[in-house]
Design a protein around this ligand. Structure first.
Ligand SMILES: [Zn+2]
Length: 169
């Protein structure tokens, strides 16, 4: 898998939101960048910048070291983008998605034509669950309508196909 900009940005925004993209763009070809410089360059306040950086760090996508500033006496963190980790993370996230979709597909297929939805869209239950609630919406009490889920099945299959097609590295 080639790690294009678009892929990196997609993953970064998936784990830390869109505002994490300029941060990664700024530090990706640098090393040990001060958190203050990052905040300044991407024009975000310190707190927001730190929150994003620590979120990225919780996935190990960005790593940091802390050094005491001799003049000011406080600690400053210096950040580095971990490209290698993005690559691994992308693989494991895709695997997780595939597993989840396969489970979902199994559930949809074993309940084909047998899902029940509330007309206010507050609930969608399979047959067993619907029976349990007497075919009434557990949220608002409306009678549930039987739903043909062939579209849902088709959508899941398409998503699976797409994900699995990228599975060659
Ligand atoms: Zn309802």
């Amino acid at each position: 898998m080639v790690l294009t900009n678009k892929k990196i940005q997609g993953l970064v925004s998936e784990i830390a939101g869109d505002s994490a993209i300029p941060i990664i763009e700024y530090i990706r070809d640098k090393k040990n960048v001060s958190e203050f410089i990052i905040a300044d360059k991407v024009k975000m306040d310190m707190q927001t910048t730190r929150n994003i950086l620590y979120t990225l760090n919780s996935y190990n996508v960005a790593t940091y070291i802390r050094r005491k500033d001799r003049k000011k006496g406080w600690y400053i963190s210096y950040w580095t983008f971990n490209k290698r980790r993005v690559h691994d993370l992308m693989h494991s996230m895709r695997r997780d998605k595939i597993t989840k979709l396969r489970d979902q597909l199994k559930r949809e297929e074993s309940n084909a034509g047998n899902f029940f939805i509330c007309k206010s869209a507050c609930a969608r239950l399979d047959f067993d669950q619907a029976t349990e609630f007497g075919f009434k919406c557990p949220e608002c009490g409306h009678l549930l309508n039987q739903q043909d889920n062939s579209k849902t099945i088709e959508n899941i299959k398409n998503k699976l196909k797409e994900l699995e097609a990228g599975n060659h590295c």
